[in-house]
Write a protein that binds this ligand. Structure first.
Ligand code: ARG
Length: 459
């Protein structure tokens, strides 16, 4: 198999050197995008009279043949041919003869690879946006079932105030909404065509870049040919958006892991999303959540890797940039898989409403209620805080909770206490009453769920 650029060379590289430089092992992932780009390019070459129509037709037929072989995984690649572009070009020449050599007229691998990656991320960003919506739907459905399920809300991982479990789940809905907005916003910058920038300077052929951009479904073309082939911002942005998304999934993973522990027992994951231990028969491990928490690190790593690769590169293309692909493929796979797992895990998990409720009764997370109660009767909040703090201390010494104190004991702390204090201390009441906008009050949570449903049905 003869390389396609040997003209100025007098000796060939050793096989292991070729292997080191080749990207075909991983960039074959772009085979369909590469063919799609070539099809548009050839169509443009014919339209602009750069190659004769008969040859264009031949090349097109050859490319289509390769396309269907690629779809059936029937192509065999060679390391000698370095990358996906040269592999396909040499296959095309084998397929249609020397006319195949015209496909590269007015084009370079530099604008070609950039085009492939734009096409690839356009497709996958759209699919990630869809998957985020599906996961959001799963969250909304669970939240809807648990508007009135109460759970301790935490700060510093210490019980703080009781909240609606639905409200807790909906917090993730809104985080994901921001992720979705970020991915959607980035489409503008992905949907730009570098094709026709050539190696770096444009071309002498009378090409039509707008035409190929339209054929490929891009909204715009790069204004500057050097920028077109040097830019990897769109990949960095994708990895950065993916990092933020994974950070959210990782936080939820952490909560899932805690909630399903023996200590919390708030939820039980479906068997389909858990694994057992090879030695301890009793165990049911939240492996998927742990794995997603772990994979978050790998996505951050991919972002750091490309930022570092790009930081010192002079314009325009440098071979360093071949390192941009594996992290991108890996991130697409990780994010896609994690979102699918999460949608399934959340919709099938079992919620132990009783254990959650009991937890809210076995603590002092209703202390704020008491302080608010006094404050609403005119006691300055700072004083109320002090009075309630002392009552909590009393309880700890006596080994009881606030609701176990007698009215006399309350009165001894402040004359303002009346017997309605016991209703105020009920965790359910505490949640219900937090009806400020965006709060955990049941009515507010229902309102938020309605809003959320409209949002997911739109996209
Ligand atoms: N395999 C190369 C890459 O992924 C394609 C572009 C190569 N261009 C070049 N001038 N060597 O970066």
């Amino acid at each position: 198999m003869k390389k396609l650029w040997t003209g100025r060379f007098t000796k060939s590289a050793e096989e292991w050197v070729d292997e080191f430089g080749a990207s075909i092992e991983f960039d074959q992932e772009l085979v369909l995008e590469d063919i799609q780009g070539s099809l548009a390019h050839v169509q443009m070459l014919v339209k602009c009279g750069i190659i004769p129509a008969e040859e264009g037709i031949k090349i097109q037929a050859g490319l289509e043949k390769l396309q269907s072989k690629a779809k059936n995984s029937e192509l065999t690649y060679s390391v000698k041919m370095e990358d996906i572009h040269l592999n396909l070009e040499s296959m095309l020449i084998d397929e249609v003869g020397s006319a195949g050599g015209k496909v590269h007229t007015g084009r370079s691998r530099n604008d070609q690879i950039a085009t492939d990656m734009h096409l690839y991320l356009l497709k996958h960003t759209k699919s990630i946006i869809r998957l985020i919506s599906e996961f959001q739907e799963a969250l909304v459905k669970q939240a809807e079932k648990h508007v009135e399920t109460i759970i301790p809300g935490y700060t510093h991982l210490q019980r703080a105030q009781p909240i609606s479990f639905g409200h807790h789940l909906m917090a993730y809905f809104w985080m994901l909404q921001r992720d979705k907005q970020r991915f959607t916003e980035s489409l503008k910058r992905i949907s730009v065509s570098p094709l026709g920038a050539g190696a770096l300077a444009g071309t002498t052929f009378p090409i039509d870049r707008e035409y190929t951009a339209a054929l490929l479904g891009f909204d715009a073309i790069y204004e500057n040919s050097l920028d077109a082939v040097s830019d990897r911002d769109f990949i960095i942005e994708f990895l950065s958006n993916s990092s933020a998304l994974m950070m959210h999934l990782s936080r939820l993973s952490e909560e899932i892991i805690l909630w399903s522990s023996q200590e919390f027992q708030f939820i039980e994951l479906d068997d389909a999303f858990s694994t057992g231990s090879s030695i301890m028969p009793q165990k049911k491990n939240p492996d998927m959540a742990e794995l997603i928490r772990g994979k978050t690190g790998r996505v951050y790593g991919n972002l750091m890797a490309i930022l570092t690769v790009m930081k010192g590169l002079p314009l325009a293309y440098n071979k360093d940039m071949q390192e941009d692909k594996e992290g991108m493929f890996d991130t697409v796979k990780t994010v896609t898989g994690s979102l699918k797992i999460f949608a399934g895990m959340i919709s099938t998990m079992n919620v132990n409403e009783e254990t959650m409720k009991e937890a809210t009764e076995q603590d002092f997370s209703n202390a704020t209620e008491l302080a608010d109660y006094l404050a609403s009767k005119g006691v300055p909040f700072r004083e109320a805080h002090e009075i309630v703090g002392k009552l909590v201390l009393d309880c700890i010494e006596k080994g009881c909770f606030l609701k176990d104190l007698s009215l006399e004991e309350f009165k001894a702390a402040s004359e303002q206490f009346e017997k309605d204090i016991y209703t105020v201390l009920s965790p359910v009441e505490a949640v219900k009453r937090r009806n400020s906008a965006g709060g955990t009050g049941f009515d507010q949570v229902r309102l938020a769920i309605e809003k959320a449903k409209q949002i997911v049905s739109v996209n």
